[in-house]
Ligand binder design. Sequence first.
Ligand code: ADP
Ligand code: ADP
Length: 224
Amino acid sequence: NKALQLSGITKGYNLGKPTEVRVLNGVDLELAEGEVVAMVAPSGAGKSTLLHIAGLLDTPDTGEVKIGGKPVGGGDRARTRLRRQDVGFVYQFHHLLQEFTGLENVVLPQLANGVSRAEAEKHAQELLDRVGLKDRASHRPGELSGGEQQRVAFCRALANKPRVLLADEPTGNLDPNTSDTVFAALMELVRASGMAALIATHNLELAARMDRMVRLEAGEIVPA
Ligand code: ADP
Ligand code: ADP
């Protein structure tokens, strides 16, 4: 079963020039359920553009996105609903809410999705336990290390059990040792939940630990 299917995706920008610059030039990529794929790309290759299209934050010029085997169509409302249900995002910088505890940061997206507070807190605590933050749940982001904050962000991204996790340099701002621990935590969460993940990284060592590696090159996805 396919979690995410991108076919024939193209996207261009005008960049103030008379003719449009094609950033994506026919991207085809499929992720099976539970598959973790590394995407390596030089900066400027269109990695963020591709992740935004896969995550329904942006629309392609041509081509099709399917999530869970279903074509993503419809208006903005339908796309937003699907994005909230089926897609989790992780960025290089976590954007946690500073005035809330780690637990609350993982609880809030669940409340927004209609989960009861009791259920949401239980699930949040389970996720935090799994990434080694059992005793840190009541701390605010400012009281946590960079790696701990990023682990909270992973829990938040997975809080609503999305089908697909999209990560843009999830360990990019951490030192190598922390990066290793934090990456292991991410893999643990992803494996435990059985979701598919597309993880953009410059770190070839981390990339090699995923199920498969692809490269974004000249606007297309090619095997790495
Ligand atoms: P990457 O994430 O691989 O660095 P991006 O997808 O951010 O690449 O950008 C790819 C190219 O598209 C770059 O040349 C960038 O300047 C351009 N680009 C990205 N987003 C926009 C936008 N919203 N408007 C115009 N150009 C953009
Ligand atoms: P919410 O109201 O729960 O934040 P959204 O639909 O606004 O839900 O966003 C869903 C996810 O997409 C969130 O993880 C958010 O951080 C991310 N997101 C929203 N807008 C953008 C954007 N313009 N660029 C990058 N990420 C975005």
